[in-house]
Design a protein. Structure first.
Length: 478
């Protein structure tokens, strides 16, 4: 306990020395110690997690946030090359000591539109988790390095090893009061579980995780993670095939965080120490808010006007252009081929015109009912459960719009469930992705063409993995 108190004292002296004394500096903090909520101290001491109410933005389209920890390093340039080729943005949680080693790489990350997060200075647990003072010191050290090397400031933090088993309620509280956003993850690639995790395991760890509307994927771009680089293109393809867009993290994204692990035990902070750290955190938040206001006030007048609104004439032009594009979009023909024991049967063709089908992110989306009925299947809709059921012979398929899932029940086989993040309702029609659904059922797209006057997709429904003539029905969204 005495050692921790000494470390806190040294930290305070180093932080505020320019003012002529520790407590003189402490007295300059924006928030009075008397304004600290005494009840919070008792609740935090009991392990209760307390955070401020914040407004977050949920993206309309399913979104994946690729994150890379422990860089920048020798592999970071390869990761950046892949992201650039795939037109994908990501978030890099960097170590201060590595930013010092690779300043040009951190600049490239920023220039290419990726977000930067603070992953402390050296990732060494004994230097981070004995006390909040030590953790905060490394955060501030890396903040200064990022500013010096790349002119970057960030409010994004990821705790080395994650918050679980490392953070107590006080860590969460002080960082939240300071305006930081602390991010864990909900998809673990497993690339750091041991040395030399193979490519196939990394890929399978990601693709076997149930899909949610927002996915935060943990990966690493530091030395020893060559297999992560190898798996990255397939991981990106997996999410694209499932209708996800890619984005970088920001303070507008609701963080994924663990609950407080009450097994974490540290020497208790005194009320006075707690009051100091709360005031210190709130001062940081108020200073950053002031900087943001000043920066915004320095924007050119025309830029501020553009940020506030879009002129009605521009909106009208955009709407007119969109309407024109719809008129110019050619129809889509989906040909369903089936081969019997004797011969190839004439294909059944579904013809769709915009807006009856969609083409987004290089994928076709078609209405489920139109496709199912073209194949002679029966389809029903349960409004209360928001579930569509397709009955085709002895096979039954269900799409659950609440959970964005597809279940398949076939004779002699256990029920199988797939997650379809980009299934949507459009003017009362369930729209689904064609290729990924076809492939899930053991069928395949034979060919496709996208011309100026016609779009065609040919699907072989003869060899469905479930013995379905039905497989094409799942072409809901191609």
């Amino acid at each position: 306990m005495r050692i921790i108190r000494i470390l806190i004292a040294l930290y305070l002296i180093m932080t505020f020395m320019p003012v002529s004394g520790v407590w003189a500096a402490a007295g300059s903090l924006s928030y009075s110690l008397n304004s600290i909520d005494e009840d919070d101290y008792e609740r935090l001491s009991a392990g209760v997690k307390i955070t401020q109410d914040r407004m977050y933005e949920q993206p309309e389209q399913p979104t994946v946030y690729l994150t890379f920890d422990d860089g920048p390093g020798k592999l970071s340039s390869q990761v950046l090359d892949i992201l650039k080729e795939e037109k994908v943005t990501a978030t890099f949680f960097v170590l201060g000591e590595n930013v010092n080693r690779y300043p040009d790489t951190i600049k490239r990350m920023v220039e290419e539109g990726h977000a930067i997060g603070n992953h402390t200075y050296n990732h060494q647990y004994p230097s981070l988790y004995p006390s909040y003072a030590l953790f905060k010191a490394q955060i501030e050290q890396t903040e200064q390095i990022l500013q010096d090397k790349a002119g970057v400031s960030t409010s994004l933090i990821r705790a080395p090893g994650g918050t679980f088993s490392h953070f107590d309620a006080f860590y969460f509280y002080y960082l939240d009061q300071a305006g930081y956003s602390v991010f864990d993850w909900n998809v673990d690639s497993g690339d750091a579980l041991r040395a030399n995790v193979p490519y196939t395991e990394i890929k399978n760890n990601v693709t076997s995780t149930p899909l949610k509307h927002e996915m935060i994927v943990l990966m690493h771009d530091s030395s020893g993670h060559e297999e992560t680089v190898r798996a990255l293109p397939d991981i990106i393809r997996f999410y694209k095939d499932n209708g996800y867009q890619f984005a970088a993290l920001s303070t507008k994204v609701k963080p994924v965080q663990s609950a407080v692990d009450k097994r974490v035990k540290r020497a208790p902070l005194s009320r006075e120490e707690h009051e100091y750290w709360v005031a210190n955190a709130r001062d940081r938040a108020s200073r950053n808010a002031a900087i943001s206001i000043v920066a915004d006030s320095q924007k050119p007048e025309d830029e501020k006007a553009d940020a506030q609104s879009v002129r009605p004439s521009e909106l009208e032009m955009e709407e007119s252009t969109a309407a024109h594009n719809k008129l110019q979009t050619p129809p889509l023909l989906v040909h369903l081929f089936t081969t019997s024991a004797c011969c190839e049967l004439e294909p059944s063709t579904l013809e769709l015109a915009v807006p009856k089908y969609e083409f987004n992110n290089d994928k076709f989306y078609v209405p489920l009912r139109s496709l199912a009925e073209k194949m002679g299947a029966l389809i029903s809709w349960d409004e209360e459960e928001r579930t569509a059921t397709i009955q085709y012979g002895l096979h039954q398929l269900q799409i659950d719009m609440k959970h964005k899932s597809l279940s398949i029940q076939a004779p002699g086989r256990s029920k199988q469930v797939y997650y379809l993040a980009d299934v949507s309702l459009n003017d009362g029609s369930i729209m689904v992705p064609l290729r990924s659904t076809v492939e899930r059922l053991g069928n395949h797209v034979m060919s496709y063409s996208i011309g100026d006057s016609l779009r065609e997709v040919k699907v072989d429904t003869s060899s469905g993995g479930y013995g379905l003539l039905l497989a094409p029905k799942l072409m809901f969204k191609v």
